[in-house]
Design a protein around this ligand. Structure first.
Ligand code: COA
Length: 149
């Protein structure tokens, strides 16, 4: 599967809006995604391959990297795109001096949980009733970047 991971730019916005609308019940708006282009704490990456196939959003604050979104178009899943996005985001965060990277995931989202566990994230706790539409608990997953290769 041919794709490359690049920093998000204006040219990716349409593709990312489509990904959000395809993959999530409460998608980020176009305005919300566009704002991240000028947010110095945001490090968004896109997987390109004849269009935007996937993307990851990370915000880095005070040495902590927080994954806000990750999604891959349904027709391009199980080809290693999310793993490449996640590893590139973790590498970037480490290079910028972050000590760990963390995220929340719905307890029912077994594909995403399997992805995070494959990429070396450990379950760090639960947030009760974290999600709406539908209401659900979140699991917190974290990976230490200090000393990571
Ligand atoms: N079932 C079981 N394991 C899965 C899986 C599935 N459906 N999807 C991914 N994995 C695990 C596997 O260990 C896989 O490695 P393998 O293919 O060698 O077995 C590993 O994750 C890497 O998979 P990858 O191909 O990189 O993932 P992907 O590109 O298909 O994207 C998601 C995974 C979760 C991003 C994708 O399913 C998606 O966009 N889901 C909707 C949006 C979403 O839920 N985002 C997460 C919000 S927290």
């Amino acid at each position: 599967m041919d794709f490359r991971i690049v920093e998000m730019s204006k040219s990716h916005i349409d593709g990312i809006v489509k990904l959000e609308e395809t993959c999530f019940a409460s998608p980020w708006t176009r305005e919300g995604i566009e704002e991240e282009l000028s947010n110095s704490q945001a490090h968004f990456l896109a997987a390109e391959g004849g269009g935007v196939l996937g993307y990851i959003g990370v915000q880095e604050i005070a040495g902590e990297a927080y994954i806000t979104n990750i999604a891959v178009l349904p027709g391009y899943r199980r080809k290693g795109i999310a793993e490449a996005l996640l590893n590139a985001a973790a590498r970037g965060a480490q290079e910028r001096g972050c000590e760990f990277i963390t995220l929340e995931v719905r307890v029912s989202n077994s594909p995403a949980i399997a992805l995070y566990e494959k990429c070396g994230f450990d379950k760090a706790g639960t947030r009760k009733g974290f999600y709406t539409n539908p209401g659900e608990d979140a699991l917190i997953y974290t990976k230490t970047l200090r000393g990571a290769k």
